[in-house]
Design a protein around this ligand. Structure first.
Ligand SMILES: NC(=O)c1ccc[n+]([C@@H]2O[C@H](COP(=O)([O-])OP(=O)(O)OC[C@H]3O[C@@H](n4cnc5c(N)ncnc54)[C@H](OP(=O)(O)O)[C@@H]3O)[C@@H](O)[C@H]2O)c1
Length: 251
């Protein structure tokens, strides 16, 4: 990691920006919301549990962040479209961070995974990412401005620690999120039309998903998300890639 979260970013950059963060009610998404809010952004959290959302919003408001929420299950495409389009800020968001995710059951090897478990994980991790992009991405493409950051996982890579067996629905959902990222970035001209689309691996993090013994804090995990959300966009900007600790890693 090159510096503490937020240290090479510019507060004023996000003063007029709206950031939508799925999974923003807890864990890595909430840490990203706090950092981006501290940089002046208005944040809209998306989650399915109203109590968790309210607790997160109250923590952000206490911190002086302009925050709102949308309570929706991201796997439900019709509801996502309805709720996002009714929210004038969210539907015109400058930055979309897809952090909502669920883990597979522990013994979820391919031959032991039920169809129900497969669809539960794919529904949130892959369909949820697609549904949010479908609701917000067209406005970004039309405005020729926007950033989409998909929180993936190293377990979904074709290289390194990825696809080594086990946790099949989870790993494969993240591989598919990576594919969605690269494909969408190409469709949007790999940044040449003003919209940056990237995936990132947060690494093993102390959240409800990662458990209390994970080595990273949610703030450390969110650093690359915040960096991607706030970096300069010019002709040299690299996009359509998978990032870890602000570095490009192989898919
Ligand atoms: N933690 C790790 O070690 C780790 C490592 C690699 C990658 N990741 C990835 O990082 C992302 C964030 O993980 P985390 O550790 O922060 O997880 P977490 O603490 O378990 O939080 C998950 C978040 O996702 C939301 N969510 C889950 N399913 C949803 C759905 N169907 N609709 C709307 N919101 C939903 C939850 O909202 P509710 O409160 O409403 O349930 C919560 O805000 C995930 O995509 C995960 O795969 C995590």
């Amino acid at each position: 990691m090159t510096s503490a979260p937020g240290t090479d970013m510019h507060n004023s950059d996000l003063a007029e920006k709206v950031v939508v963060i799925t999974g923003g009610s807890r864990g890595i998404g909430l840490a990203a919301a706090k950092s981006l809010g501290a940089l002046g952004a208005t944040v809209v959290l998306v989650g399915r549990n109203l109590d968790n959302l309210n607790a997160a919003i109250s923590a952000l408001l206490d911190q002086g962040v302009d925050a709102d929420s949308i309570c929706v299950d991201v796997s439900d495409g019709a509801k996502v479209l309805e709720k996002v389009s009714q929210h004038s800020l969210a539907s015109q968001a400058d930055i979309l961070i897809n952090s909502a995710g669920v883990m597979s059951e522990k013994m979820a090897k391919t031959l032991r995974t039920t169809s129900e478990e497969w669809h539960r994980v794919m529904g949130t991790n892959l369909d949820g990412t697609f549904n949010m992009i479908s609701a917000i991405g067209p406005q970004m493409a039309q405005r020729k401005s926007g950033r989409i950051i998909n929180v993936s996982a190293c377990l979904g890579r074709f290289s390194g620690p990825g696809l080594a067996g086990g946790l099949a629905p989870y790993r494969i959902s993240k591989t598919a999120v990576n594919a969605l990222t690269k494909n969408l970035a190409a469709e949007l001209g790999n940044g040449t039309r003003g919209v940056l689309v990237d995936a990132m691996c947060p690494n093993h993090t102390r959240t409800d998903m990662g458990g209390p013994d994970a080595p990273r804090s949610p703030e450390e995990a969110a650093d690359t998300i915040v960096w991607l959300a706030t970096r300069e966009h010019n002709l040299e900007t690299q996009t359509g890639l998978l990032w870890e600790d602000r570095q490009i890693v192989p898919w």
